[in-house]
Ligand binder design. Structure first.
Ligand SMILES: Nc1ncnc2c1ncn2[C@@H]1O[C@H](COP(=O)(O)OP(=O)(O)O)[C@@H](O)[C@H]1O
Ligand SMILES: [Mg+2]
Length: 251
């Protein structure tokens, strides 16, 4: 589904490649968390996939073809939900359809309301984003990402601003969405437990510059509940990942 082939990127004004000859791949229908400490270059990887940044060398392919010649090959949900405060929830959610420009307003509203029902936000279509809780806003942003209709979803720390209980409900909710819609998901997080709970395998950015992503297979089968985190092999994986990340952070 997604392939990085010796991709390098250097920010203007920096004297090193923050992404250095990086190769990795994500299979169709997989769920990978990219785990790494803040500032290590995780979001840079997403900006390269969505075309906001252009690699200095190497090639990124989605569905076997270079991204250069493609349009609308990935849905991207940035770190902040970025709903427009002056637009109603449905008008926010319908934005990808509006940009595509092929449906009437009534059709767009229909599709948006259906997407909102799908994420458990029926009845919220006419509200403004400020009338929703943090978790509800993230679900609306997710509905908007889904309406873009892409098979590859890039979610950049979508739950990091939520309180703990909302965050764990949203994680369960996201796994359910993933299983129902058969998307390929890349999910950035710096939270080890979140990475272990969600991923089929975790891709660890163990150091900056990012030269490789170490893949750690997660042993618990899907569908998962939080009870799987108590399995000895899951607890061991969590500790192993914490160890790897701590080597990078010098106190
Ligand atoms: N536009 C930019 N110009 C120069 N350096 C940048 C720019 N954007 C990010 N960086 C640097 O690149 C590093 C990685 O950023 P980022 O990919 O956002 O990290 P992460 O998402 O892992 O927290 C950071 O150290 C940051 O300071
Ligand atoms: Mg980031």
């Amino acid at each position: 589904m997604l392939e990085f082939d010796h991709v390098s990127y250097q920010y203007p004004g920096e004297d090193f490649d923050i992404i250095d000859q990086l190769s990795f791949r994500a299979a169709p229908g997989s769920f990978h968390c990219i785990l790494g400490v803040s500032g290590c270059g995780k979001s840079t990887i997403f900006r390269l996939i969505n075309g906001q940044l252009v690699p200095k060398s190497g090639e990124i392919r989605v569905g076997g073809a270079p991204i250069g010649g493609q349009k609308r090959y990935c849905g991207y949900m940035p770190q902040k939900d970025l709903l427009f405060p002056w637009r109603t929830v449905w008008e926010n959610v319908a934005l990808p359809l509006e940009i595509a420009g092929c449906l009437s307003k009534a059709q767009r509203r229909d599709r948006a309301e259906q997407a909102l029902r799908d994420v458990g936000l029926e009845g919220c279509a006419a509200k403004l984003p400020r009338e929703l809780s943090g978790g509800m806003r993230q679900r609306a942003a997710f509905a908007r990402t889904m309406l873009a209709g892409c098979d590859l979803l890039l979610l950049d720390e979508p739950f990091s601003a939520l309180d703990f209980l909302t965050r764990i409900s949203m994680q369960e909710w996201l796994l359910d969405q993933w299983q129902r819609h058969h998307k390929t998901i890349l999910f950035i997080t710096h939270d080890v437990e979140e990475a272990v709970f969600l991923s089929s395998s975790v891709l660890v950015a163990a150091r900056t510059p990012i030269r490789r992503l170490e893949e750690a297979h997660v042993p618990a089968p899907f569908p998962r509940t939080r009870a799987c985190l108590a399995r000895p092999d899951m607890a061991a994986l969590k500790e192993q990942l914490i160890d790897t990340l701590r080597k990078q952070v010098t106190p």
